[in-house]
Design a protein. Structure first.
Length: 492
């Protein structure tokens, strides 16, 4: 007997359709899986066998051949277990008629027959709808994320022995409740950042325009504290953006099953490799830049990151995509993120202008050379951060995140009216830059400052920051900081 079932495998951050074809015929008992399966797919033979027996089904003592089509597409992960078991039951006549091409299955089987969740259920549900499917059968734990896809019936399954009743229409599973996509302001409040008015302004400008930001200053100045509060002032995700974030988190197995989908905040350790940062491996998997899509990627202690890892950020910052190419495979991963980095001015952290600094000029140059000019050109705002004094720290609390977020949302709304839905100033194309009204003059650096601090013009609206230009800061350093502003014509 021959039977088939539809399922999906994850390719990067998207789902690819797989047809599971099962042939059961006379011969010595054997269970063979072909079609470029990985180790997890090959091991499904034992999981399917034990699940069928423990659920009361008869496992055929015949020659079983499972073909995973298309044969040239690598198959990975345990998500093919449920479809393999369903096709095997249909080939043996133990599954009632009714499972056709409009139904797809995805789930991992436990030895007792229970269905476990798999990564990428949301991507599979989107692929099922795009291919004209009407129903997707998944594990009960994956029901809420799969239900985000509209015009698709999601059937959560807890055990394999419930499948015949579901196919025959004798049993209806509960309708899953979709995850919440509305993002509320959460996380640490920016009011905790005291004594740093210039840094607060830089954070707000970066959030309004979607710009990358580098903070340079001694340890304890508040760089990490400020970066971790940036998501609290970012505008909420639109539904399309929230679905993108949820899909990537689902593929990575990081989707929160209960809370709303929020902008991601990723802070990898400085020992991360270039493949871990931008993606790679075999099969190719998403890196930190993709996991930070539509959110913030925070690189603390930038000078301690490997040169190769930092150089790998060139294309993601420029194109907002990562292309991972292998000999027989090519995957494109989205990565539109805000890069926020923090660095010390020298290896000891005090800075050359501090009398406590004992770093040699060669050590300082070698430390700062970790950030090449090509990567530095892609960082829009450089902000110097000085150690605040006790009086500034004990002063009145600044504005909270809700107040700053209102201004950022208003600035984003004005940018979208000029550029289109979902776009901000950091995404301006060259032709749009040429149509800009020209700079009102570069921002002026603080005098005698090796930390590259900038004075922000309080009269410049948040959505006026367009593009960085280079300005000189002292004799020893050159900061690619400052802002390109366009003045809006005031209404009469």
């Amino acid at each position: 007997m021959l039977a088939s079932a539809r399922t999906f495998t994850i390719d990067g951050v998207t789902a690819r359709e797989v047809r599971v074809e099962v042939d059961v015929h006379r011969g010595l008992p054997a269970f063979t899986i072909v079609g470029l399966p990985d180790a997890a797919v090959r091991e499904s033979r034992e999981r399917v066998r034990a699940a069928l027996v423990n659920c009361g089904f008869e496992f055929p003592l015949r020659r079983i051949t499972v073909n995973l089509a298309p044969a040239d597409l690598p198959k990975a992960g345990p998500g093919l277990d449920l479809a393999t078991a369903a096709a095997l039951l249909a080939a043996c006549g133990q599954l009632p008629a009714g499972m056709d091409d409009s139904c797809a299955l995805a789930g991992e089987l436990a030895l007792d027959g229970s269905v476990r969740p798999v990564a990428g259920a949301l991507a599979m549900a989107e692929a099922a709808r795009e291919l004209g499917g009407e129903r997707l059968i998944v594990a009960a734990a994956n029901g809420s994320e799969a239900a985000l896809v509209e015009n698709l019936t999601v059937s959560p399954l807890e055990r394999l022995d419930q499948l015949p009743g579901l196919i025959a229409g004798e049993w209806k599973p509960p309708v899953p409740r979709p995850l919440a996509l509305e993002q509320a302001a959460a996380g640490p409040d920016i009011a905790d950042l005291r004594g740093q008015p210039s840094l607060r302004r830089a954070l707000e400008v970066a959030a309004a325009g979607g710009h990358s930001l580098l903070m340079v200053g001694p340890p304890g100045a508040g760089k990490s504290l400020a970066a971790r509060r940036l998501p609290s002032i970012l505008p909420p995700l639109r539904r399309e953006e929230a679905l993108e974030v949820a899909r990537i988190a689902s593929v990575a197995g990081r989707l929160n099953g209960g809370g709303p989908v929020a902008r991601p905040f990723r802070a990898p350790h400085h020992s991360i490799s270039s493949a871990g940062l931008v993606g790679g491996g075999n099969p190719p998997r998403a890196g930190e830049v993709t996991l930070a899509h539509r959110g913030v990627l925070f690189l603390d202690e930038l000078g301690e990151f490997g040169r190769q890892a930092l150089e790998a950020l060139r294309a993601p910052l420029e194109d907002a995509t990562v292309t991972v190419t292998r000999a027989r495979h090519r995957v494109e991963l989205p990565c539109r993120f805000m890069l926020v980095a923090a660095a010390n001015p020298c290896p000891c952290g005090h800075g050359e202008d501090d009398e406590r600094c004992r770093c040699t000029p060669f050590a300082v140059r070698r430390y700062q050379a970790k950030l090449s000019g090509a990567v530095a050109d892609r960082i829009d705002i450089w902000q110097g951060v000085a150690q605040p004094d006790a009086a500034a720290m004990s002063g009145a609390e600044g504005e909270n995140s809700a107040t700053a977020r209102e201004r950022v949302c208003a600035a984003r709304a004005r940018q979208e009216s000029r550029l289109g839905p979902g776009r901000c100033n950091a995404e301006l194309r060259p032709d749009e830059l040429r149509r800009a009204r020209g700079p009102a003059g570069p921002a002026q650096p603080e005098p005698e400052s090796s930390a590259r601090a900038l004075r922000w013009d309080p009269d410049v609206a948040l959505d006026d920051v367009v593009l960085p230009v280079a300005v000189d800061v002292g004799d020893r350093q050159r900061a690619r900081a400052a802002v390109f502003v366009e003045r809006r014509q005031e209404a009469a």
